[in-house]
Design a protein around this ligand. Structure first.
Ligand SMILES: Cc1cc2nc3c(=O)[nH]c(=O)nc-3n(C[C@H](O)[C@H](O)[C@H](O)COP(=O)(O)OP(=O)(O)OC[C@H]3O[C@@H](n4cnc5c(N)ncnc54)[C@H](O)[C@@H]3O)c2cc1C
Length: 338
């Protein structure tokens, strides 16, 4: 059930997506950076508050109210929407800190209103080999290692970082500023290159206890993470929906609707497979558009090649081992029924 305020913001998001975002999307894709005016548009509409409660200046929406907004914006310009969507983790975590704590006072309202912007550096903790470590030192932690993908560098003021300490994870909201102990290396990407995604190197970077959001056992975090796998599916739904709109009526319309409904209704255990189905429809929808357009689709001036590259990216974004298996089965690269 979508409330009135969520419905109004969805309508704004759809207008942005079909108007300015889509019109600018090819330029954004090619330019190497998301223009500040796109992100300012999101801030002025209140979209940076999507993940936070009203007490701190956010929207106070639930997950099912957020999903169509994410989908709409991803269907306008995925790169802009992707940079913005990284804000969710940092803003939500700052807002749930105790009122009066340094972290809450510094970040909660600023992030909820978009006066400050955040990114995340945590997907690496799903890897079998840890690559970023925290060691206790004085009244804080010292970080060593690499976060392999951090999006929005240069646009963000803070980054929500997760690092391993034995069988625990230390979660911190760290200022996103280069320092002698923190430096970035930009990645060149085949899709969403303008997201300015970097590898972030920590070389004895000191983080005070004031910046710590949570210390949690790895297994407890993993159980929690499994409950949140639905969200990233909205990005592929947006890209696929845009491709199908450009394609014109086809049997894929009904497939996409079914994949969306199934994802929205999924229980936790069903989410990886429902995400894989969304990915599978997205890859075919964007490929169908390329095929229908013909050779022009491959010119950089055509939306079809942009959407097809974005769908490839979304196959791996927010991926887990179960989602990967679901993709590989559907793509005919692994045994077993979907
Ligand atoms: C453009 C881009 C931007 C991104 N931005 C961000 C961001 O801002 N913040 C963020 O946190 N993340 C970000 N990501 C990470 C993204 O969500 C992950 O890529 C995705 O979750 C897939 O993980 P992975 O590629 O790092 O590693 P994995 O898919 O986990 O794989 C890494 C390696 O480990 C191997 N492996 C994985 N699991 C196992 C296993 N169980 N046993 C043995 N080997 C295994 C894989 O085969 C692979 O070689 C970004 C990624 C991209 C491509």
């Amino acid at each position: 059930m979508i409330g009135r305020e969520a419905g109004e913001l969805l309508s704004t998001a759809q207008q942005f997506a079909d108007g300015v975002l889509f019109e600018r999307a090819l330029d954004v894709d090619a330019s190497g950076e998301v223009p500040a005016r796109n992100l300012d548009l999101f801030r002025d509409a209140g979209l940076y508050g999507l993940w936070t409660p009203q007490e701190v200046g956010g929207c106070g929406f639930d997950e099912l109210e957020r999903l169509p907004i994410l989908e709409a914006l991803a269907g306008g310009c995925l790169t802009t929407a992707f940079v913005w969507a990284q804000h969710g983790g940092g803003s939500a975590n700052a807002a749930r800190m105790p009122s009066g704590s340094p972290l809450y006072e510094r970040w909660a309202r600023a992030l909820a209103t978009g006066q400050a912007r955040s990114g995340v550096a945590f997907a690496h903790i799903l890897r079998p080999e840890p690559c970023l470590f925290a060691q206790r030192s004085g009244n804080g932690w010292v970080l060593r290692g690499v976060a392999p993908f951090v999006t929005g560098w240069g646009h963000i003021d803070a980054v929500l970082v997760a690092a391993h300490e034995a069988d625990r994870l230390i979660w911190m909201l760290v200022p996103a500023a280069e320092a002698p102990t923190l430096h970035s290396r930009r990645l060149r990407l085949a899709a969403v290159d303008s997201s300015v995604t970097v590898e972030l190197h920590f070389d004895g970077h000191v983080v005070s206890d004031d910046d710590v959001v949570e210390v949690i056992d790895y297994e407890d975090w993993l159980s929690f993470y499994r409950t949140g796998l639905r969200t990233n599916g909205a990005l592929m739904l947006g890209v696929a929906g845009r491709a199908l709109k450009l394609l014109g009526a086809s049997p894929l319309d009904a497939e996409l609707d079914a994949a969306r409904s199934a994802l929205h209704a999924a229980e936790v255990d069903e989410m990886p497979d429902r995400r894989a189905q969304v990915g599978y429809v997205g890859i075919r929808a964007t490929s169908a558009l390329v095929s229908s357009v013909g050779g022009r689709a491959i010119t950089l001036a055509h939306q079809a090649q942009r959407l097809a590259r974005e769908a490839l990216f979304l196959l791996v974004q927010g991926q887990t081992a179960d989602i990967r298996s679901g993709h590989l089965r559907r793509l005919g690269a692994a045994d077993g029924q979907p």
